[in-house]
Design a binder for this molecule. Structure first.
Ligand code: HEC
Length: 511
């Protein structure tokens, strides 16, 4: 029997069977769905909360698992975005080349832009209660009190942040009778071995194992003694021994690990025992695309001096992170670089980038304090990005064919194609459509690069500053008011009826 359940959130990523139901992680929204399998309904959609950290938002929820000791607890890897108070180093050369400096100018929170995290949430009778969630990672000053949450990497510990390149927590396995988590980090191609009982800051880390490029998922052997990590980009599997619970405890009884001792303290039983075993032919992709994919996901000092960040941190999987960032020039939403991005210069909302060399200067060196990747490397990243198609519209969005047809007619009538026409759905030009200075407090720019509308259904929030949470709101704010319409138009935007607006939304979602 096949049952179908419609989930509230987009982009489902991980699945775990829990008592009385399924738990699904949603990559972009940062929420978990709890599905009642008996009745084929979504019982709950719950956001992870990081209660002690007002500035951080959890998203990029990936492959989740259940705690084998307490199957009522879901363990989920994710990113944490410091999306509000950080003032980025955009446009200034103050930090360029200063390798010890963080990649942004810190705002009041003093925290970095993004850190890898793992959270635990209780599953109650098939329904998650966010209030019951216990979150175990906590960047920032670690309280001395017993049992505070702890991070994978404490972003305030610059030594570890710079040196231990843990990036992109993608999967997790709980081993050693629940005492240890093996956190697979895709960007750094590694597995972080961390102690599950809440410790203090980095003390929770027992070691880091090199896995392989694009480490992606993990399974345990039936006897629990071996972990196998699948490295998606080089199509290999890394095997390593799993530590026994008493090993872990005795190590902690001797004081755990300090930051200085970190590299010496790699946990001996965790060393790779059979190195890497190829399970298939290397991917049949052009060499520059393979290299570009690796660089895009890598924590590479040439691209960034921040141990926790790669290009993929902001554009996971070539999409966007659904987050609006605070830069010197004001709020800027991460745009998705899919659908053939290198042919759509100018880049950045402010239209300041003409090619990948400009991205190197403005983004990698300017914002991320990278030392500067060579031209070939930047071009390889561009070649990789150009292989990422814009995602197909959701099935429900393309089913509304009549509405889409009417919406397209409205589009033409309102002159939208003047700027959003052509194969790329952008005219690659800058326009003042009444969304900048004069309309938005503290904004410095008036004109913005026309975004491609490809994959729009997956690209919320909209506009350079993420101010339009829904397309319907954007239509009311910009189109009905006549600020974003073509010059030669057949329709008067002020006369749009509610039904016509619905049609326009339907059409935009189908692109
Ligand atoms: C004069 C050029 C121009 C015209 C005409 C135009 N747009 Fe735009 N559009 C832009 C620019 C520039 C932006 C980016 C504005 C910003 O981010 O502040 C934009 C942004 C958008 C966005 C947000 C996309 C995203 O990813 O954030 C949507 C949706 C959109 N336009 C739809 C339309 C529709 C529908 C019409 C016709 C009613 C239209 N536009 C007419 C230039 C135009």
């Amino acid at each position: 029997m096949v049952g179908r359940v419609a989930l509230t959130d987009d982009d489902p990523r991980g699945l775990a069977a829990a008592d009385g139901g399924l738990v699904v992680s949603h990559f972009t929204s940062g929420r978990l769905s709890v599905v009642d399998v008996d009745r084929d309904v979504e019982r709950d959609a719950v956001g992870l909360k990081l209660p002690s950290r007002a500035f951080f938002t959890p998203n990029q929820l990936d492959q989740l698992t259940l705690d084998p000791v307490d199957p009522g607890v879901v363990v989920v890897p994710h990113a944490e975005c410091n999306d509000d108070p950080a003032q980025f180093n955009s446009g200034s050369t103050a930090f360029v080349g200063v390798h010890a400096a963080p990649c942004y100018k810190e705002g009041p929170s003093g925290f970095p832009a993004v850190v890898p995290g793992v959270s635990r949430a209780e599953v109650v009778l098939g329904a998650l209660s966010s209030d019951d969630s216990e979150h175990i990672d906590q960047p920032g000053p670690q309280p001395e009190a017993e049992g505070p949450p702890c991070p994978i990497i404490n972003p305030l510990n610059r030594t570890l942040l710079q040196d231990v390149n843990v990036n992109g927590s993608a999967a997790v396995a709980v081993v050693a009778d629940g005492a240890v988590e093996l956190v697979v980090a895709r960007g750094s191609g590694s597995v972080v071995v961390r102690r599950t009982p809440v410790g203090r800051g980095q003390d929770s880390i027992l070691g880091v194992i090199d896995a392989g490029v694009g480490a992606d998922s993990i399974v345990l052997s039936p006897d629990g003694g071996t972990a196998c990590v699948f490295n998606a980009f080089d199509q290999s599997v890394t095997r390593c021994a799993v530590p026994a619970a008493n090993d872990v405890e005795s190590r902690f009884a001797h004081g755990g690990f300090t930051a200085d001792a970190f590299y010496d303290a790699r946990y001996a039983p965790m060393q790779r025992d059979a190195a890497t075993r190829f399970i298939g032919a290397p991917p049949a992709l052009p060499e520059d695309v393979v290299r570009g994919r690796e660089l895009f996901h890598a924590v590479d000092q040439r691209l960034t001096q921040n141990g926790a960040i790669s290009c993929a941190s902001r554009h996971p999987g070539g999409a966007d992170d659904g987050t609006t960032w605070s830069f010197v020039e004001r709020l800027r939403q991460s745009p998705p670089p899919w659908g053939g991005i290198t042919g759509t210069a100018p880049f950045h909302w402010d239209g300041v980038g003409r090619d990948m060399a400009d991205i190197r200067r403005l983004t990698s060196i300017g914002r991320m304090s990278g030392s500067g990747l060579g031209r070939d490397g930047m071009d390889a990243i561009g070649a990789f990005l150009d292989t990422i198609p814009a995602p197909a519209p959701p099935a429900a969005a393309i089913a509304a064919t009549d509405s889409i047809e009417r919406g397209a007619a409205g589009d033409r009538g309102l002159g939208c194609l003047q700027c959003h026409g052509g194969a790329d759905l952008t005219d690659d030009a800058m326009h003042d459509v009444g969304t900048g200075a004069g309309f938005v407090a503290r904004e410095t720019m008036t004109a913005f690069a026309t975004p491609s509308l490809k994959g729009l259904a997956h690209a919320a929030p909209c506009l350079h500053d993420g101010s339009s949470r829904t397309l319907r709101q954007m239509i009311d704010d910009l189109i009905v008011t006549g600020r974003m319409v073509g010059t030669s138009r057949a329709l008067d935007p002020r006369t749009l009826t509610a039904a016509q607006k619905d049609d326009l939304v339907a059409e935009l979602l189908s692109l």
